[in-house]
Design a protein around this ligand. Structure first.
Ligand code: PEP
Ligand code: MN
Length: 377
């Protein structure tokens, strides 16, 4: 059960203390306080675990300081949607709002290579009005002999360049908790010219020690990619690990499933699950058309499959698009064959905008339909 407390109820207030004393007296119940810093106010929530069946929602709502009690109806206690749960979702990070209601494109290099390429990419993003980017410094590679990413060494100049071109959030994969510390130190050292969204890749979706470590910090938001060979439920539980440790600033990423049934795509595109994740949880949903498709192949209509699947995800309500670009894909050190060209950036963004417009219209249509059904009954 979740108790949502009255807004701005300080932890030092007598009402808050009285409430905790009461909860401590409940047999078989443990609890945990979670503090959510919203745009305008601080929201305190208390998660009750244990024998909560014995508790009545009305009794809990009658307690001083409690605004609402929600019986948790699903497995994803913190990130899930529960019956009667009207809590707002989403979060703000470094001036950018992320929620199930909006959309951001994170275009950029799969792997950071040279300062020239990074600068060309970031300049193109700024020229096209973008404030988010993707930049891989730590790369999980199948072969130990393949380029592993520049790691810590590139962070200061990547962050400085991002700041120079007005990039507010960079999605950057980490493979180990020490990488998170390196990122935080480099941000500190460079004076926070930009922000970082920590990305946990598909190979680490169930690296529980990493999830716990990343979840223990709340400064940086997290993009968790689904595991390529596990069920959606298992991946959503992985996201819950982050939240259960304290970090609820989580975006869930769909990136395709490893299966020959998706051939000739690199992965079996799973963007039909965008609305499923939005229904089951309060997380914004990201799609990665580049790692799903894996090539620049186009249909007879001249539209690349990467564009097609991105549009399919956006038309279904996706909130973030992570997509590979490179100024010179022939020299890219990782994933050159799936990279879009800088001159294709305005085209891609316009295609995404069109798909989003269609989604907005579909949403209005659905609302009008629901109103009609209600007025008929
Ligand atoms: C990536 O986004 O660079 C990446 C490696 O993705 P995934 O974990 O989905 O393979
Ligand atoms: Mn890649």
């Amino acid at each position: 059960m979740i108790l949502i407390l009255e807004a701005d109820l300080g932890e030092q207030s007598p009402i808050f203390r009285q409430l905790l004393t009461h909860l401590r007296g409940l047999a078989g119940i443990q609890f945990r306080v979670h503090r959510e810093q919203g745009a305008e106010q601080v929201l305190n929530e208390i998660y009750l675990i244990g024998d909560t069946k014995q508790l009545r929602v009305e009794d809990m709502e009658a307690l001083p300081g409690v605004e609402k009690a929600i019986r948790v109806s699903r497995e994803y206690r913190m990130l899930g949607r529960h019956t009667g749960d009207q809590r707002t979702h989403g979060f703000e990070y470094n001036g950018v709002r992320f929620s199930q209601d909006n959309l951001h494109v994170f275009a950029g290099l799969c792997a950071v290579d040279t300062p020239e390429h990074v600068e060309q990419m970031l300049r193109a993003l700024q020229d096209n009005g973008q404030v988010c980017a993707r930049m891989g410094a730590y790369k999980p590679r199948t072969s130990p002999y393949a380029f592993q990413g520049h790691g810590k060494a590139c962070l200061p100049w990547v962050f400085d360049l991002a700041g120079k071109y007005g990039i507010r959030v960079i999605a950057m994969e980490i493979l180990h908790e020490s990488h998170m510390d390196e990122i935080r130190e480099a941000l500190e050292m460079t004076g926070h010219p930009t922000g970082v969204m920590l990305q946990i890749g598909t190979r680490n979706t169930q690296n529980f020690a990493l999830l716990k470590a990343v979840g223990r910090q709340q400064a940086l938001p997290v993009l968790l990619k689904r595991g390529f060979g596990i069920t959606l439920e298992e991946s959503l539980n992985a996201a819950e690990y982050l939240a259960s440790e304290g970090n609820t600033k989580v975006i869930f990423g769909l990136r395709g499933m490893k299966s020959n049934l998706g051939d000739p795509h690199r992965n079996f595109v799973d963007f039909a699950q965008v609305p499923v994740v939005k229904r089951l949880t309060r997380m914004p949903v990201c799609i990665d058309p580049s790692h799903s498709v894996g090539s620049r192949d186009a249909g007879p209509d001249g539209i690349m499959d990467i564009f097609h699947v991105a549009a399919q995800g956006v038309v279904a309500g996706a909130n973030m698009v992570l997509v590979d670009f490179h100024p010179d894909p022939m020299t890219a050190l990782v994933d050159g064959p799936q990279a879009l060209l800088l001159k294709e950036l305005p085209w891609f963004l316009e295609d995404v905008r069109l798909a989003r417009e269609v989604y907005e219209e579909r949403r209005l249509l659905a609302t009008a339909q629901a109103d009609m059904v209600e007025s008929d009954s």
